[in-house]
Design a protein. Structure first.
Length: 193
């Protein structure tokens, strides 16, 4: 039988290897996901726009005014396309996101108008003027373009949907059912499916 000689160097190497085997692996530092801040901003802005839809609905309640305004909606969507192109954002993506925002706002308005008709105690006490609400909608629209630009790196990534879900969970905790459903609609096109 051949005798194996163990040298001090071999003992040292074995000790180093064994020491590493039992040690727990260092957790990888959480890497920021490119575009996550933009997605979070989009959720915040969509929520803000959905809540602002209450005032739009209140301005129309009892007036017979239609909830939808196709001419105004076309101007908003065309403006979003143009603003997106100037910002280097896919204009069709921006147009779809803005269409989703409009659909969500329409949903809130219709839901509230039905609720107010059925439950007079919940009716708004005043009628806001749409001319004072539109500048807020325009501001939100401008910020949405900026957020789309920031979110674009994440749009088609596998991390987009989980990042969006986390942002929605964080940002929408205080929303009622009407506004939560609208938020889901408003964010439908953020991530490529």
């Amino acid at each position: 039988m051949k005798r194996v000689e163990i040298t001090p160097a071999a003992v040292f190497v074995a000790a180093l290897l064994l020491a590493g085997c039992g040690a727990p692996a260092e957790p990888a530092a959480a890497q920021p996901v490119a575009g996550a801040d933009g997605v979070t901003d989009l959720v915040r802005l969509a929520e803000e726009r959905a809540v602002l839809s209450d005032q739009v609905a209140a301005s129309k309640f009892g007036t017979g005014k239609a909830v939808t305004d196709p001419a105004r909606e076309a101007v908003v969507i065309d403006g979003a396309r143009a603003d997106a192109a100037r910002a280097g954002v896919d204009p069709e993506w921006a147009a779809q996101v803005f269409q989703d925002q409009i659909t969500a706002s329409t949903q809130v308005q219709n839901d509230l108008l039905r609720q107010w008709a059925a439950q007079p105690a919940l009716r708004p006490s005043g009628k806001p003027d749409l001319t004072t609400i539109r500048p807020e909608l325009d501001r939100i629209g401008t910020e949405i373009i900026t957020a789309l630009e920031a979110a674009e790196p994440l749009r088609e990534a596998p991390d987009c949907a989980p990042t969006l879900d986390r942002a929605v969970a964080t940002e929408s905790a205080d929303l009622d059912q009407i506004h939560r459903a609208a938020l889901d609609e408003a964010l439908h096109s953020i991530c490529a499916r």
